[in-house]
Design a protein around this ligand. Structure first.
Ligand code: ADP
Length: 154
């Protein structure tokens, strides 16, 4: 199924001048960039976005880290894009992530781990609505589409 997913390039990624390299990974994989913008996150938005972490001792620290500089929010699209993007990112702790994954190649940290990626279809829909207005998601045809997939794969 063709899916859309949210990727946030975190403040650490902006500060380390890795934005281009990380977007390049998703582009090379064949994902279609459907939306992209720079945003300063707020405490209110992060209380929603990270609600599942609200009882954790590191909740405030994670929120502060996400507000330390702007983020780049991206919407990527492709067949099974949610799982594909999660696998490209690797597990949460950068020190444990396998080399070859984004976190495995660029992160030494549990917290400063380069990207956020949606973890399910339900979450992706909710997160894309939270970060993008409908007219900020673009539906153009990806000219390489027929060379990225067999015609029974989507
Ligand atoms: P993921 O981003 O891999 O989906 P979670 O949703 O569990 O992971 O956590 C959200 C973010 O909170 C992580 O990306 C990371 O920045 C931070 N985080 C999660 N667990 C920890 C932890 N044990 N120590 C420090 N930071 C954490």
């Amino acid at each position: 199924m063709i899916e859309k997913t949210l990727v946030l390039l975190k403040p650490c990624t902006l500060q380390r001048s890795l934005i281009g390299e990380i977007i390049h990974r998703f582009e090379r994989k064949g994902l279609r960039l459907a939306g992209m913008k720079m945003m300063q996150l707020t405490d209110q938005l992060l209380n929603e976005h990270y609600a599942h972490l609200s009882a954790k001792p590191f909740f405030q620290r994670v929120k502060d880290s996400m507000m330390a500089a702007p983020v780049i929010a991206c919407c990527f699209e492709g067949v099974d894009a949610i799982q594909v993007v999660r696998q490209l990112a690797g597990p949460t702790n950068g020190r444990l992530a396998t080399p070859g994954t984004i976190r495995g190649d660029y992160s030494m940290s549990f917290q400063e781990n380069i990207v956020h990626t949606s973890d399910s279809l339900e979450t992706a829909v909710a997160e894309l609505n939270r970060f993008f207005k409908p007219d900020e998601i673009f539906d153009y045809k990806q000219v390489t589409f027929d060379y990225l997939y067999a015609n029974d794969e989507y």
